[in-house]
Design a protein around this ligand. Structure first.
Ligand code: 5CU
Length: 381
């Protein structure tokens, strides 16, 4: 099967199935869904640590600004997802549960039926639209034992439309450089399920300073998210995870955070640290650049050709073959135009691809869908 030239594929597009929303609605701590009376039409979805101060204020002071984001039908409705795809001429979407996935479940909950229910829900949605929908499964990373996670990988692999897993940066609770996570990465590599790595925790609120309430979501989302991804992947690199699991494939959200821009600096810091350099030489470790062009793909959700050009350049001589278009739907809806129409955020990402790779070029076509189609095998088997 060859890549279909004209297909547009969105690999960064989230949903919360209704079952997941009802869990969020029953919770007292983030992530949660809350109604704030007449002040807001839709219930509010509060996800991030950075939103906790505004949540607390709103619970105490009814006139305070409402926290979080409106939980519109875009988050849970499959019909709405298909409408969004049709409006933006997206042929195929690779759906994923949005952050924070199942990472907040107790070990008992994560070891129960819920994770399979959610993954089966995604499979069911895909089956309703053959050829248009695939998905990244979610792993029960807080489960009572690693075996539960390994079993979940096996059952996800058995779902017809599963093409990988989505994962945050927490791993088993100690990050992605945790040696105990290596068996999970090995199982994913063996199952040929790439990891779509996506941030959630950002940076500690303290780095945003005392005026942060005046800055909206800009610092946590524009900076915290990408830095979180960058740090997680560099920790994996420094721990030798990529060398230990050469079959592991990672797709990094938001064009790898700041990794393309900082790879040279990371490499230089290794070269100028005597102990690390010795260890890397003894273990014949590959450079960050090698890992980027051999094991990493980057999404194109960076909203500007400047960042996108860095992402392409950092991904090796054939960097344009490692880029995959995404929208981040249902996040970043338009504020000044109809949500049922075209979204500015989608237009910016598509425009960045055109500007970075050339309008109508073969390379732009690959980034808009050809690469995802090829790498993720987006055809009915
Ligand atoms: O707006 C946000 O907070 C988010 C989020 O939580 N996750 C995501 O993928 N995009 C935006």
């Amino acid at each position: 099967m060859t890549a279909s030239k004209s297909k547009v594929v969105d690999i960064h597009t989230h949903m919360y199935p209704p079952e997941y929303i009802s869990i969020l609605t029953s919770r007292q701590n983030i992530p949660l869904v809350r109604n704030f009376g007449d002040n807001s039409k839709d219930p509010r979805l509060i996800l991030l640590e950075a939103e906790v101060p505004s949540l607390q204020l709103a619970l105490q002071v009814p006139s305070a600004p409402i926290p979080g984001r409106p939980l519109t039908s875009h988050y849970a409705s499959l019909g709405q997802k298909i409408h969004f795809m049709d409006t933006h001429k997206i042929d195929i979407s690779v759906l994923s549960l949005a952050n924070p996935w199942l990472d907040f479940l107790t070990p008992e909950e994560a070891s129960g039926p819920l994770p399979a229910t959610i993954n089966n829900d995604f499979e069911r949605m895909c089956q309703l639209h053959p050829g248009r929908l695939y998905f990244f499964a979610t792993l029960p990373l807080t489960a009572l034992s690693t075996q539960v996670i390994l079993d979940s990988i096996t059952s996800s692999k058995g779902l017809k439309h599963c093409r990988g897993v989505i994962m945050g940066t927490s791993g088993l609770g100690k990050g992605l450089d945790d040696p105990n996570l290596v068996p999970v990465f090995k199982a994913l590599a063996e199952a040929e399920l790439p990891v779509f790595l996506h941030p959630h925790n950002g940076l500690p609120n303290s780095v945003y300073g005392p005026q942060q309430k005046d800055y909206g979501h800009v610092l946590p989302l524009a900076l915290g998210f990408p830095m979180e991804t960058t740090i997680a992947v560099v920790r994996m690199y420094l721990a030798g995870v990529f060398d230990a699991v050469p079959g592991l494939r990672m797709i990094l959200a938001h064009s790898g955070g700041t990794l393309p821009f900082l790879a040279g600096r990371i490499e230089s810091c290794v070269l100028h640290d005597g102990a690390l350099l010795k260890k890397f030489k003894e273990e014949k470790r590959r450079s960050v650049w090698d890992v980027l062009k051999e094991q990493v793909y980057l999404d194109a959700v960076v909203y500007s050709e400047v960042g996108l050009k860095a992402a392409i350049a950092a991904s090796g001589e054939k960097g344009e073959e490692r880029l995959m278009f995404g929208t981040d739907h249902p996040f970043f809806p338009p504020l000044e135009t109809d949500e049922q129409g075209e979204w500015e955020s989608v237009g910016l990402n598509a425009q960045a691809v055109r500007k970075a790779l050339g309008e109508g070029s073969k390379e732009a076509d690959m980034a808009m869908g050809g690469n995802a189609f090829r790498v993720l095998k987006l055809f009915e088997k």
